[in-house]
Design a protein around this ligand. Structure first.
Ligand SMILES: Nc1nc2c(ncn2[C@@H]2O[C@H](COP(=O)(O)OP(=O)(O)O)[C@@H](O)[C@H]2O)c(=O)[nH]1
Ligand SMILES: [Mg+2]
Length: 409
């Protein structure tokens, strides 16, 4: 049995990859409930009081509430912090580096001590008493308990037609793109659920989008799922943070999950080679060929600037390398770059990328000569082989050196 020692100190937010750590029985708790908040000052005390009353009745001292606030300008975290002395099971994290609902939930789970990990909105739109029903099914052995608006006893109170239509449309789209995930629950958009830690332990969850439940089902190892009906209440205080960008994020999220949980991804994993990344790297490389050709034309063609060929080629090559770097940093290795976004770090990556690509060029010339002179006297096939070698070299060495993940503890 553990009483939590919270002398009003805030939890510090983990950094690095969004992976749920192993359960340590040193700090055993049955249940950790994360409450992500942004600008919820009017709601925070209410929800903490209600949840504490409910949980103290059923599992006193066996749970913790973890508020993860993204440094709300309205000072939500400060109010939460001031509640800690009155509510010993409450913990508060103030996040300053990162933002976003999904990553907030994962950061909370990363520091959680519970064997069961849950999430509930901080605005009282999720009726707190449903927690008890969900906990009950978890204790009976379910892996994932989802509060659903589309089950018996569920609903969306007073949504208008457009909102219902958009919500169902999004669900249908998801069913088409990712049937094996969305088909498992009646309300895949639910942000109110709990999952057994063992089902998501060591899985790296992706922070894209608002719909963290999709991540848990898609990437976790979830067996039995139970759904409990609930009515999504209207907000009484504060404002929703949902906007059009979240619809775009949602589609992006579906596509990413599709790509990273499909057959290709399984193959890639079993080979220990990041195929998706390699394909993106290859596409970027191809874009570089066009940039190189275009610049070479502008600089050296007799009908344009007519500069000397070697000089033109060096400039064209460097511009292409710059082009490739930008795309690789923003796309191919975005996940890594996002964690190291200072200008000095970027510059360092650019210099490394440049040197590695130069070495790649030397390798390219060597292989071309070797193949052409000793193996296959066809310069174009030899060149293709040389390009393939140089691409793999460029990719692999850049993966290991330029966009290396350095985990900061
Ligand atoms: N930490 C954190 N919480 C967020 C963020 N965006 C929304 N939330 C919280 O997530 C919950 C659901 O957000 P809300 O905007 O009400 O979504 P809606 O209910 O679907 O309209 C609320 O408790 C918000 O305060 C965010 O960027 N960071
Ligand atoms: Mg809400």
């Amino acid at each position: 049995m553990s009483m939590i020692d919270n002398t009003n100190t805030l939890l510090s937010a983990p950094t690095g990859s969004l992976t749920i750590p192993q359960f340590s029985d040193r700090n055993y708790l049955l249940f950790s409930l994360v409450i992500p908040t942004y600008q919820e000052r009017e709601n925070i005390e209410n929800i903490v009081t209600i949840l504490t009353n409910l949980l103290d009745e059923s599992i006193p001292t066996e749970y913790e509430l973890i508020i993860v606030d993204d440094d709300s300008p309205d000072g939500t975290w400060e109010i939460a912090q001031s509640l800690m002395s009155e509510y010993p099971q409450l913990q508060v994290m103030r996040r300053q580096g990162e933002r976003g609902l999904s990553s907030a939930v994962i950061r909370g789970w990363q520091v959680a001590k519970g064997e069961i990990l849950g999430v509930i909105d901080g605005d009282l739109q999720h009726p707190p008493h449903t927690i008890l029903q969900m906990l009950d099914t978890m204790r009976k052995g379910t892996d994932l308990a989802v509060a659903s608006r589309h089950m018996d006893g569920g609903g969306v109170s007073s949504w208008n037609f457009v909102r219902r239509f958009l919500s169902r449309g999004a669900q249908l789209l998801g069913l088409i793109i990712l049937p094996e995930v969305l088909g498992r629950v009646s309300d895949p958009m639910s942000g109110y659920f709990m999952v057994r830690r063992s089902c998501v332990v060591s899985t790296t969850l992706n922070p894209v989008g608002y719909k963290i439940l999709l991540e848990v089902i898609g990437r976790g190892n979830v067996g039995e799922i139970t759904e409990v009906g609930y009515v999504f209440c209207e907000r009484k205080q504060g404002e929703s943070k949902v906007n059009w960008k979240q619809y775009v994020d949602y589609i992006h999220h579906l596509v990413r999950l599709r790509l990273s949980t499909g057959k290709l991804a399984r193959f890639s994993k079993s080979m220990g080679f990041p195929i998706g990344r390699f394909l993106r790297f290859g596409l970027v490389g191809l874009s570089g060929v066009f940039v190189d050709m275009g610049v070479l034309y502008l600089l050296s063609d007799p009908t344009t600037l007519a500069l000397p060929l070697t000089r033109s080629k060096i400039i064209a090559g460097e511009i292409a390398i710059f082009n490739n770097f930008l795309w690789n940093d923003a796309w191919t290795f975005a996940d890594v770059a996002m964690q190291q976004r200072e200008w000095r770090q970027r510059l360092k990556r650019f210099i490394k990328f440049n040197l590695i690509c130069l070495a790649g060029l030397v390798l390219n010339v060597l292989v071309l000569n070797l193949v052409f002179n000793f193996i296959l006297p066809n310069r174009y096939i030899a060149n293709l082989i040389a390009i393939a070698f140089a691409t793999i070299w460029n990719f692999w060495v850049n993966l290991k050196l330029s966009w290396r993940v350095t985990q900061v503890k």
